[in-house]
Design a protein around this ligand. Structure first.
Ligand SMILES: *Cc1c(COP(=O)(O)O)cnc(C)c1O
Length: 338
């Protein structure tokens, strides 16, 4: 049995999710005629108390569409230096939007209102026009860290005062919500747009949703088509999303509990120099000079446990829907035996 902690994207649809997919009613979504996609888009918009939403093939696409809608070529986007929109979207901010980026050094992927305020360019012809702030919650490279909602409110205030749009990369927002007892509505009230991934903790095979006001989503639909993201009978995928939102949200707490158990086992090892605080389903830890991250990952693999070396001395493990209590026990034993 291989125990795969490389990412929460490795999950396969459950039998019940497959059943929901097989029973989906579908149509041509480019014509707006896929009942399952329409149902998912209405459901998600309603959950967040926002007017509309759009189903897309990936979270990269939902983020990039938002950035495209909010910027003009030469504009500047403010985000943390570890943000997915900057680090892992193929240079898409430049490629798709011809925009520049102001990178801030946050605390485990989280930036502050004070930093954002200081990063806004003055209204000066020499300077790029600052038009957008992107946050990420939870932060992937921050080890699944969660924002303090009060800080998000303060950043929102800065955005309002300076006429900046405010986008959330919420690929793992539901992990933050269950952990911090927050609601989708409170996020919908504060952001201009939110991207959520169905393929991470929620366990779907494909799909992300971008949520916002109806005029914004109308524009987003146009950009999605330009990017080649207009899909046809994709209701089979939307049905998985509806199923996941109804059945896979509350259980995220189990993933967080599993992550804490594994972190506890790692903490007892003297070759583990540091573990980022485990707030949700991601464990990032640093090794001492006795072993490199790729070496450690290889040794884990010999015990049928898969992890990911994110740097020469840092390893990332991610818990998810396909990790059972039994797998966690085996992993803890494997770590203990090191
Ligand atoms: C996974 C992820 C995305 C989207 O990735 P896709 O693979 O394109 O769906 C966006 N932001 C964060 C923080 C992510 O972890």
């Amino acid at each position: 049995m291989t125990i795969d902690f490389r990412s929460d994207t490795v999950t396969k649809p459950t039998a019940d999710m497959m059943k929901a997919m097989m029973n989906a009613r579908v149509g041509d979504d480019v014509f707006g005629e896929d009942p399952s996609i329409n149902e998912l888009e209405n459901l998600v918009a309603k959950m967040f108390g926002l007017e509309a939403s759009i189903f897309c093939p990936s979270g990269t696409m939902t983020n990039q569409i938002a950035i495209k809608c909010y910027t003009q070529p030469g504009d500047e986007v403010i985000c943390d230096e570890n943000a997915h929109v900057y680090q892992y979207e193929g240079g898409g901010i430049a490629f798709n939007s011809s925009a520049s980026v102001k990178l801030l050094t946050g605390d485990r992927g989280r930036i502050t209102a004070k930093q954002v305020k200081a990063a806004i360019n003055p209204n000066d012809n020499h300077k790029a026009h600052t038009s957008l702030v992107c946050l990420e919650n939870t932060s992937n490279r921050g080890g699944g860290s969660c924002y303090d909602f009060e800080e998000i409110k303060r950043i929102s205030q800065v955005c309002t005062e300076n006429n900046l749009r405010f986008h959330l990369d919420g690929a793992r927002l539901f992990n933050a919500l269950v952990e911090k007892n927050e609601t989708t509505k409170q996020y919908g009230e504060i952001f201009d747009s939110i991207s959520i991934c169905l393929t991470k903790g929620l366990g779907c095979p494909v799909g992300s949703v971008l949520i916002g006001k109806s005029d914004f989503i109308k524009k987003a639909r146009r950009v999605r088509k330009v990017l080649g993201g207009g899909m046809r009978q994709a209701g089979f995928l939307a049905a998985a999303g509806i199923y996941a939102l109804q059945n896979h949200v509350d259980r995220l707490k189990e993933d967080h509990d599993h992550a804490r158990q594994i972190a506890d086992a790692l903490r007892a090892k003297n070759f583990v120099k540091m573990i980022l605080p485990v707030e949700t389903n991601i464990i990032i830890f640093e090794l001492d000079d006795s072993i490199t991250a790729p070496e450690f990952v290889m040794k884990l693999k010999e015990k049928n446990v898969l992890g990911y070396a994110i740097s020469p001395n840092r390893v990332r493990l991610v818990t998810h829907l396909d990790i059972t209590e039994e797998m966690v026990k085996r992993t803890v034993d494997a770590i203990d035996a090191f």
